[in-house]
Write a protein that binds this ligand. Structure first.
Ligand code: ZN
Length: 144
């Protein structure tokens, strides 16, 4: 995890604070869970079979990782300080694909999204936090 990202998050994207950093780290642990459960391998195989859906599947993976980050926070409410939840949501919003593309001076192009919109990322994090139950994060890969 390059720590320079935390500086970018705080200085350029306006999402500083300790909890913003914990959220980013917990999101990466979320990917670790996806490796352990085999979901990451399943997604990679589905992406190889259907390259046109690759980005969409990637977005689901990223939102599920956000959701897992929220579950971590929800299960550790005793460690959460006032303002932490807002810090996390501000960070989730700051690193949405649409927001990042607009910041870079481009139009938001949904086809190119790989992590989800700001609204989707905030929703995923909030979903995890409020439920504190990792099963709610299955929703990103339920079909139909
Ligand atoms: Zn990720």
């Amino acid at each position: 995890m390059p720590t320079s990202f935390y500086d970018t998050l705080a200085r350029e994207l306006g999402a500083g604070g300790d909890f913003a950093r914990y959220y980013v780290m917990a999101h990466e642990y979320g990917h670790h869970i996806q490796n352990l459960t085999g979901l990451a391998a399943q997604v990679r195989s589905a992406q190889a079979q259907n390259p046109r859906s690759a980005n969409q599947l990637q977005v689901r993976m990223e939102l599920q990782a956000d959701c897992y980050a929220g579950v971590w926070a929800g299960k550790n409410r005793n460690l959460i300080e006032p303002g932490d939840m807002e810090e996390g949501l501000r960070a989730a919003s700051a690193i949405g694909d649409d927001t990042l593309q607009r910041r870079a001076g481009r139009q938001a192009n949904p086809e190119s999204f790989t992590h989800g919109t700001s609204a989707q990322r905030m929703e995923a994090l909030r979903r995890g936090m409020e439920s504190a139950d990792e099963r709610v994060c299955d929703a990103y890969f339920e079909m139909g």
